[in-house]
Design a binder for this molecule. Structure first.
Ligand SMILES: Cc1ncc(COP(=O)(O)O)c(C=O)c1O
Length: 384
């Protein structure tokens, strides 16, 4: 296992006073601390099973079914495996589906957690690009399949893509599912950001189109708190028991206390009010970032215009050097940070891309941070 570049990034950006657009964290002031305190106190006073070993908490599975309904998915509680965060679900999916040397396909730039889980099972990895307008390059995927690649697992982030901020177009969703049926591979769909849409809701996930071909992964980290460590998988019936045995081998079960707290926090109507607050706040930050990019970034920079999630992906025109080196200069000269492409690269990166997070800084800080980066970029071209 190599050290993740994201960990190195975390150290780099830990400097006090640094304006960071690098992290992928939810805004701390939007985590419902009071509601957590009330829910935890009630659970601890009223439910002695909260401190014990125990079976999965059924009311939580029922609450997850309701969350899935918000995403346009009809799911049965018996298909849901509660996990310790989405990261554990990714890990279980990799152990379940991938033998050493088996083919796996991901996009060239994706959430680094999949790389860590794949490193353990040592697959033969192929990558496809991501179109900044409509997501995964499904034509490139079709070419790989026609060329004889037979993946055991394809990893997809259909909505609120980390790091690219794109969403997969409806047409591509259908084609992807058709390919999975034609060539018999399983899609692992990571929907950690699916409830964070800032206009019309996202289209239903791939799970809604092909429940028999998709292992779907969800998480409460981005809407309730990462520290709850509550996520879930929705599995086809034939894979459920094996996934559960892997989960039990890893940690027996997800914290009984946290499962109960989570179930309470997902009760209506508080949940709707909380999601509305999150969406309104993140929408403002996203708007601030997009208008700042239009003003301060080089005209030839290309970037995504997300409708949800927490990230904007920027591809710089040639001439600015590698974005890892640019990050070091951004910190030293402008006291501002972003996440360079290398943190997400599953194959040799172009070196010209970077991820900006709009989740934790205020709209004013975002405007300021993007302006500082724009100044650095303008200075870089003058030097050359
Ligand atoms: C796409 C994606 N999947 C999974 C995770 C991990 O989520 P969790 O905290 O539920 O383990 C993250 C966290 O940033 C993420 O961005």
């Amino acid at each position: 296992l190599e050290r993740s570049p994201l960990r190195r990034l975390v150290e780099l950006v830990a400097r006090p006073g640094l304006l960071s657009l690098a992290g992928g964290l939810p805004a701390p002031e939007l985590l419902p601390a009071e509601a957590h305190a009330d829910a935890a106190a009630a659970v601890l006073r009223q439910d002695p099973r909260a401190l014990q070993y125990g079976p999965p908490h059924r009311p939580l599975a029922a609450a997850i079914v309701r969350l899935l309904a918000r995403r346009g998915v009809v799911a049965d509680p018996s298909s849901i495996l509660i996990t310790t965060g989405a990261q554990q679900a990714i890990d279980i999916a990799c152990r379940l589906l991938v033998e050493p040397g088996a083919a796996v396909i991901t996009e060239r730039a994706v959430y680094g957690g999949i790389r860590q889980s794949l490193a353990v099972v040592r697959p033969s990895l192929s990558v496809v690009g991501t179109d900044l307008e409509d997501g995964m390059d499904v034509d490139a995927l079709a070419r790989l399949l026609e060329g004889g690649v037979r993946p055991s697992l394809l990893y997809a982030i259909s909505d609120g893509h980390n790091p690219c901020g794109v969403e997969l177009s409806p047409d591509k969703r259908h084609r992807l599912v058709e390919l999975s049926r034609q060539y018999g591979f399983v899609i692992v769909e990571d929907d950690a950001y699916g409830l964070l849409s800032y206009g019309a809701p996202f289209a239903p996930p791939l799970l809604a189109l092909a429940p028999e071909r998709v292992i779907y992964i969800g998480s409460l980290s981005k809407i309730l708190a990462p520290s709850l460590r509550v996520g879930w998988m929705v599995l086809p019936a034939c894979l459920y028991q094996a996934a559960m045995r892997i989960k039990e081998a890893i940690d027996l079960e997800t914290s009984a206390l946290n499962q109960r707290v989570a179930a309470r926090l997902l009760a209506e109507p508080q949940l709707e009010a909380h999601l509305t607050l999150l969406r309104r706040s993140y929408a403002e930050r996203l708007a601030a970032m997009l208008s700042a990019l239009a003003i301060h970034f080089p005209e030839r920079a290309r970037y995504t215009r997300p409708r949800g999630g927490m990230f904007v992906w920027v591809e710089l025109p040639p001439g600015y050097g590698d974005t890892w080196a640019l990050l070091e200069r951004a910190i030293a000269e402008e006291n501002v940070a972003f996440a360079p492409e290398r943190c997400f690269a599953m194959a040799t990166p172009s070196g010209r891309a970077l991820r900006l997070s709009f989740s934790t800084a205020s709209p004013a800080e975002i405007e300021d941070g993007v302006a500082r980066l724009g100044r650095l970029l303008a200075g870089s071209t003058r030097q050359q």
